[in-house]
Ligand binder design. Structure first.
Ligand SMILES: [Zn+2]
Length: 360
């Protein structure tokens, strides 16, 4: 009896140890249109992210299914809030654990405002909504109506939870993901992905990635890029991911290390964790696909803008590095020497459309 009691006590301790470990937790609710199969699939997709990151937060996602435009398989509406750049930089510094965290936060611009290369503003000195870029320092000068867009960062509530800027287990909704209600998904990965269908778990992981913060405010700039447009200081939509969006021209003459490229045009913008010195992979420039993605058809990662049928979608090292530097913490810190590049090799046949829902 004594022996059995000791075994039982040991088991209890083990259970407590597991249950108290921090975890990135998703709380999925059905808006009504999602099938039981979808709800089971989104839970498995959430686990794909939770296997990599262990931030002790609860992310509340509503799942819906509806008729979407032809070729669109899903989209995400996330709640955002504005934060001061000073607080965001402080949170990113407090959150750093990996070598990428150290490098990326060390290269953030100092001070309470950040400079960016911008275009398409109503007050662009080159002409109303001109595509010609200019440097906006937030310190005044041509094309600068005020510093508001240089001292504000818009963050999805899930990302803000990971950064400690928003209550970690706040019960409010963080995002709604809407899937196509057409019969286009393969829900079972165990036997590969049907050649005529889309990997539902991978597609869901992609949409969850937007809710977690893989999103660019340049989509908002582009959406307001026609006359009359908005003045620079009205465009307070730079996201944490945009802090790591650079081009050779944004860090070149007139800019400098750490100066973001926040223009809406086709010039190559790349993800960098050292202030722009080194390009890791390019972002989408929005000419065809939204800016809130990697550049298409390069096999960069699960945040590519398109998917092909019959393909198992994998979270890549590029994806993980992006989520790491915007505030998520690895379950196990990666060894830089063992990093693997994704070779997804997607061919664009179906499109992710990734909407935004701004919290007032
Ligand atoms: Zn997307």
């Amino acid at each position: 009896m004594v022996h059995l009691t000791r075994v039982a006590a040991t088991l209890i301790i083990l259970v407590l140890g597991v249950s108290t470990a921090p975890a990135l937790t998703f709380n999925f609710t059905n808006q009504g249109g999602a099938t039981p199969q979808m709800m089971a699939g989104v839970a498995q997709a959430g686990a794909l992210w939770s296997a990599h990151f262990h931030d002790a937060i609860t992310v509340n996602i509503r799942i819906h299914a509806a008729a979407l435009p032809l070729g669109v398989i899903g989209h995400t509406d996330s709640f955002f809030d504005p934060y001061s750049y000073t607080n965001v930089r402080g949170a990113l510094v407090s959150d750093r654990l990996s070598t990428d965290d150290l490098s990326s936060s060390n290269n953030l611009q100092a001070g309470s405002t950040f400079s960016m290369l911008i275009n398409r503003t109503a007050n662009n000195p080159n002409g109303v909504v001109s595509a010609t870029p200019y440097f906006d320092t937030g310190l005044g000068g041509p094309g600068q109506a005020g510093p508001e867009n240089n001292n504000t960062v818009r963050i999805t509530s899930a990302n803000a939870k990971a950064l400690g800027l928003y209550p970690a287990h706040s019960a409010g909704l963080d995002a709604t993901i809407t899937f196509s209600n057409q019969n286009i998904f393969d829900f079972d990965r165990s036997n590969g992905i049907n050649a005529a269908q889309i990997d539902f778990l991978g597609a869901t992981a992609h949409e969850l990635g937007h809710a977690l913060g893989f999103i660019s405010g340049v989509d908002t700039l582009a959406g307001n890029g026609n006359a009359p447009g908005l003045n620079d200081n009205q465009l307070r939509f730079l996201t944490p991911l945009d802090l790591f969006r650079f081009s050779t021209r944004s860090i070149g003459a007139g800019g400098g290390l750490g100066v973001n490229d926040w223009t809406a045009d086709d010039t190559t913008k790349y993800f960098s964790v050292d202030g722009g010195s080194t390009s890791i992979v390019p972002f989408s420039t929005g000419a065809i696909y939204e800016e809130s993605h990697w550049k298409n058809n390069l096999g960069i990662g699960i945040m590519n803008p398109t998917v092909s049928v019959g393909t198992l979608l994998q979270i890549s090292d590029n994806d993980l590095r992006a989520f790491d530097v915007i505030g998520y913490d690895f379950v196990t810190l990666p060894e830089p020497s063992t990093r693997l590049l994704s070779a997804v090799g997607l061919i664009g046949v179906a499109l992710f459309a990734c909407g935004k829902l701004w919290r007032a």
